[in-house]
Design a binder for this molecule. Sequence first.
Ligand code: GLU
Length: 444
Amino acid sequence: MTQQVITRFPPSPTGLMHIGNIRSLLFNYLYARKHNGEIVMRFEDTDRERSKQEYADLMLKDLEILGLTYDQGPFYQSQKTDRYTAVIKQLIDEGFAYEAEESNDGSGKVIRFKNPNTEVTVIDCVRGEITIDTTDFGDFVIARSVDNPLYHLTVVVDDIDGGITHVIRGEDHITSTPRQILLIQALGAQVPVYAHLPLIVGDDKKKLGKRHGAVNLSQFLEMGYLPEAVVNQLALLGWNPGDEREIFSLEELVQEFSLARIQKGAATFSYQKLDDINKQHMLRLSEANYKEHAIEFLSDDTRNRFNADKRLFDKVTSSILVERLNKFSDVTQMDRDREFEYLFEKPGIDENLMSFKDEGFDTARKNLAMAADKLEQVSEDQWTIENIKEVLWDWSGEIGRGSVLHPMRTVMTGMQRSPDPFTVAYVLGKKETLVRLRISNENE
Ligand code: GLU
């Protein structure tokens, strides 16, 4: 019978969870779920000064938002001191550790591990077997005192107690691994399988940090990225499905995941890529869900206006937003740039803006009148982007497309840049479109 897979979520609650940590947790999640295993949630909070309950709570919330469930815990190392003390005493009794002066100035005693100065072989799923001579580590410190254990000791005790079979963590922990293996061997326990995940870097190939942009989940959510898109992007940081596919739900990732497809080389986090992935996940949302998210990111004023005309927001969503938005906060920017203004208020006539190249306003006005006559033929219930385009396309081609479409677009929107005139006409509706195109009697 094969052994039950058990992995772990072991964050240190000393700040907000960095997406690099989340990536580690995600890979533990994917591996455990793929193999019908279990996940142990434990907080490594032995750093009493820096660890805070509020950070632990926020981390649990992050996991919930992302859908990263666990099966045991959450446990807190700070509540296991007695167990660590017993292990430290056992190591001392058995001659594997000893109490020693911390430094030559006699400032205090610490507990050191008696290094057997042997070679240890780490079996790493990403890098293969790595054999290391541990002599260089010396007799390393494992506790400040019998009741104040340090990181290597607590990790090892918890991994043993939890029956952890696979330790999947960032490459920055790789130097800890041989020390931890020495401790595991001293305690007569089974050494787990390791997978050290490649470093995450920014576009400049330097370790991903604040100066690259957002690094905490809450920042991404505030910008209107979907949790499932963040998960998808993180999964691709160091792993790939072996083909061109890029868009995966969490469940799909579980199906596809394997440790064998983790790369050694650094993984680049690209905000551009996240946008692309996020857009695809946005398009997987139901229309109702999409609109619910989008409307949240509008100013109160614009939201109220759309709430008063839900049909208008439906049209704007299906014909403009789904094309434009890579993340929901893009709608905030459009709102700030007053890109929705023309939907609610007819813009003033700007003769220069409406003139196509140097054709002048009179030509523009003449072409608009003809366009209005053409559009008059499309009935209200046939008023779709395709039908509007069909009526105008060949005819405008004869006159010169820009000579018709540019004045149309600008008279309806009052903007230098906007969606194409067919889309704008569709969104405004037949009646309002004709009112805006028929300017002959205005300004006279
Ligand atoms: N508590 C460590 C961290 O948050 C994880 C240690 C481990 O995975 O062994 O980086």
